[in-house]
Design a protein around this ligand. Sequence first.
Ligand code: SAM
Length: 460
Amino acid sequence: MQYNVNLPPEFSDRMRLLLGDDFDKFVASLNKELPVSIRLNGNKFNTELSENIPWCADGYYLDKRPQFTFDPLFHAGCYYVQEASSMFIEQAINQYVDGKIKILDLCAAPGGKSTLLASLIDKDSLLVSNEVVRSRANILAENITKWGQANTVVTNNDPSQIGKLEAFFDVVVVDAPCSGEGMFRKDEGAISEWSLDNVKLCKERQQRILADIWPTLKSGGLLLYSTCTYNLEENEENILWMRDELGAEVLPVEAKEEWGISPSFAEGIPAYRFFPHKTKGEGFFFALLRKGGEEIHTNNRRKTGKVQKNKSDLSIEYKSYIEGEEDFTFYNKRESWHAFPSVLYDDLNHIRTYLHIISEGICLGEFKGKDFIPNQSLALSNVLNKDVFTTYEVDWQTAISYLRKEALVLDDQPKGYILLTYRDVPLGFVKNIGNRANNLYPQEWRIRSTNIPQEKVRII
Ligand code: SAM
């Protein structure tokens, strides 16, 4: 059999041992077209597409890869482009998590799992999305902002620093950096970087990450572990290591047979494997673990009060930018006004003393003299009170110009800040000064590509 994907021979030998008779089917599937899938943001846009991903309520397959860059709703956070297998974590959350929780997504950039988690938890729960690599943490913050949930914080820390927040989180997600064998058909680089030594290094790093983060999980708390690689070392062997060294219990997650998910290779240890010849998605490994011991309630809060100083100085005019403003705490941080759910404000202050926060809740905007400049985070927030702004609906061409950060001319509009919408979804603000409107779209988020399609792109 001839294959286009050039697999490292050692990798092929190992996979042949793992898959037996299925090996040829596995390799053949690597030469097939990549499935394309998205997950809708139900807080912003509700629709149904034709092919649902069976293990994720808002997940859909598309029949081709469109030019997402030129769909304004993509930039407005109405959906996230995510490969299907990794949406399976929804099953674990739905089957085991209920009520108000604090959840950490440790290795979160660019934000696929975090945006899914943000949609699954209730509004009084807290999501901390962390990414250790600074440049990737910025991309994560951008995607989290676009998703629009107020109960989220983005941090940029090493797992060992987060481990110092003892017994703080009810759920920790470790989507570990791995050797990426499941990405071979998507990413040629993953093939050239593959080696047995790298598999070994990845396994050691994963164990270090897990040991470092373990103290921050409450007793009885859940740890969701996943990789996008196939080998036993980074998967089942790490699960067994967590069971034996950390005392974790491995939990089953219900999955329907017709989903084509394969079981773990370790007898008696539940885990969920996605192979491209069996499931419509990329290679993926998932296991759910519970930390042993009785749940303990710690009272290790450090008193700060640092940020609380300017807490209530903002006038009602600006607070009313947020729907349900009575449920939010408003405070000033580095010149900008923020809103954060009041029920979670103590937790935010606690995190602040340990971690490096990149973004938190909703940034409303800042004063320049008497002028209050609204922030993009407000425009894209799910709790934006649209009624307090003059809104201006734009067509596709104008939406693309706006997202390219070009100056616009608006017909018959009052001077001042105007919220642009596309298909009724907020895109961002402009400041209308009469003969033109200054574009407030964040410079670093703008569409850079100049290959603008002739035809409008519409995906959902
Ligand atoms: N969860 C993400 C998603 O769904 O979009 C994908 C995460 S990716 C598989 C793994 C992430 O771990 C990368 O963003 C990488 O920068 C980060 N990472 C690399 N080394 C790390 C370390 N030592 N500790 C924690 N995270 C690390």
